[in-house]
Design a protein around this ligand. Structure first.
Ligand code: G6P
Length: 371
C-alpha cells in the first residue's frame, strides 16, 4: 500500500532514500569512543583471527559484488589472501579449506540456497564460517559460527539497494577489524578509515540530493538497446552491479567490464551513440585515474556517448564526458558507497520510464531458495 511505501511510488525508491540511515545503523555501536572497532558478534577470538591464513567469500547476485569489493579491502588493510566466488560454483569444484580458512558468506536474506549449501560444505571441511546478513534469525546466521548483521531494515524491492550499501559497510568493518587485531602496517590508515566511515551517512545523503540530472538522463535513454559499464579496482564490481541492476529492472542488455580489459575485446562493441557509463577512481589514485581517463578518450573517439561518474571537482574528465555525474570525494576503497547510488537511481528511473514495476521485476525472486 501507499502507506507502507512511506509516500514513495515504489519500495525501491523508499529503500534508496533510506540509505543514509541504513549505513548509520550498520555502524551503530561498532566503533568505540577510542576509535577502535568492536565486533564481538563475529564470535572469533583475537587468537583465532591471527591464525587465519586465507579468506574465501561466497555469495550470489548483488551480494557477490559486495564480496568482490571485500577482497580489495581485506587484502589491502588486513593483508590476508582473499578469494571470492559465486556460491553456486564453490562446492562443485574442490575448494581447499582448512581450520585456518575463514569463509565469509554474504547474503541479504540468509536464505539463498546456493549460498546456504556452500556454507554447509565449508563447515563440513572444518572451516570457520561467518556471515553478513540482513535478516535476523534467518537460516545462515543460525548455521554459521558468527554473524555480522547489516541492520538495514526490511528490504521489499527485489533488486537490492540499501542492503548492498550496508553489506559494503559490513565488509569494511570486518577488513578493518582484522587489520586492527593483527596489527598490520596500515595502523594509522586503519584508524583514519574507521573515523571516515562515521562520515559516510552524510556523504550518501549528499549524493541522493543531486540525483535529478541522473533521472533525466535515464529517461532520455529509455529506448536504447544496450548500455555498457566500465570501472577499475573497486569501480569494477560497481560497474558489474550497475549492469546487473539495469538487466534486472529494465530488461535491457547491460554489461560491466574491467576498464583495462576494454582493449582485449569489449572495445569492438563500441559504436556511434552507445551509452557507456564509466566509474572513475579518485584523482589521488593518479595511475589508475589517468588510465581510465584515457579509456574514456578511446571510447569517445569511437563514437560512445560517455556518462562519467567522478569525484567532484575532477576537471580532467570533464572534457571527455558527455554527461558528468559528480560524487563526494572519498578514499578509493570507500568510493563504492557513493558511486553505486547514481547507478541505482539510473536503473530505477529508466525501468519506470519503460513502464516496468521496479519492485517486482519479471522472473526474479527476492530470495532464491532453490539451487
Ligand atoms: C536474488 C535477488 C538478488 C540478490 C540475490 C542474492 O537473486 O533477486 O537481488 O542479490 O538473490 O540474495 P541474498 O539474499 O543471498 O543476498
Amino acid at each position: 500500500s501507499a502507506a507502507e511505501k512511506g509516500g514513495y511510488d515504489a519500495f525501491m525508491l523508499k529503500e534508496i532514500a533510506e540509505q543514509p540511515r541504513a549505513v548509520a545503523d550498520t555502524l551503530l555501536g561498532r566503533i568505540g569512543a577510542d576509535g577502535r572497532l568492536h565486533l564481538d558478534e563475529m564470535h572469533i577470538t583475537d587468537e583465532q583471527l591471527r591464525e587465519i591464513d586465507k579468506i574465501i567469500i561466497i555469495a550470489c547476485g548483488t551480494s557477490y559484488h559486495a564480496g568482490m569489493i571485500a577482497k580489495y579491502a581485506i587484502e589491502h588493510w588486513a593483508g590476508v589472501p582473499c578469494e571470492v566466488e559465486f556460491a553456486s560454483e564453490f562446492r562443485y569444484r574442490d575448494p581447499i579449506l582448512t581450520k585456518s580458512t575463514l569463509v565469509i558468506a554474504i547474503s541479504q536474506s540468509g536464505e539463498s540456497m546456493d549460498t546456504l549449501m556452500a556454507v554447509r560444505h565449508a563447515r563440513e571441511q572444518k572451516a570457520r564460517v561467518l556471515c553478513i546478513c540482513n535478516v535476523n534469525g534467518s537460516t545462515m546466521p543460525r548455521e554459521c559460527d558468527g554473524v555480522l548483521y547489516t541492520h538495514a531494515g526490511p528490504e521489499v524491492g527485489v533488486a537490492a539497494t540499501k542492503t548492498f550499501l550496508t553489506q559494503l559497510v559490513a565488509v569494511y568493518l570486518i577488513a578493518l577489524y582484522i587489520a586492527q587485531v593483527r596489527g598490520t602496517k596500515w595502523g594509522d590508515e586503519v584508524f583514519a578509515m574507521v573515523q571516515l566511515l562515521g562520515s559516510m551517512p552524510e556523504k550518501v545523503e549528499k549524493v541522493l540530493e543531486t540525483m535529478e540530472p541522473v533521472r533525466e538522463l535515464a529517461r532520455s535513454l529509455a529506448d536504447e538497446k544496450s548500455v555498457l559499464f566500465l570501472g577499475r579496482h573497486v569501480g569494477f564490481p560497481v560497474a558489474l552491479e550497475g549492469a546487473l541492476k539495469l538487466k534486472e529492472l529494465a530488461y535491457m542488455h547491460a554489461e560491466g567490464f574491467a576498464a583495462g580489459e576494454l582493449k582485449h575485446g569489449p572495445i569492438a562493441l563500441i559504436e556511434d551513440g552507445l551509452p557507456v557509463i564509466v566509474v572513475v577512481p579518485p584523482r589521488a589514485r593518479d595511475v589508475l585515474h589517468d588510465k581510465i581517463v584515457s579509456n574514456i578518450q578511446e571510447i569517445r573517439a569511437r563514437g560512445a556517448r560517455t556518462i562519467v561518474i567522478a569525484e567532484e571537482g575532477d576537471d580532467s574528465v570533464a572534457p571527455y564526458a558527455d554527461t558528468l555525474i559528480e560524487v563526494p570525494a572519498v578514499p578509493t576503497l570507500l568510493q563504492p558507497l557513493v558511486t553505486t547510488i547514481p547507478l541505482q537511481v539510473f536503473s530505477c528511473e529508466l525501468a519506470t520510464a519503460k513502464g516496468h514495476d521496479v519492485d517486482q521485476p519479471r522472473n526474479l525472486a527476492k530470495s532464491v531458495t532453490v539451487e
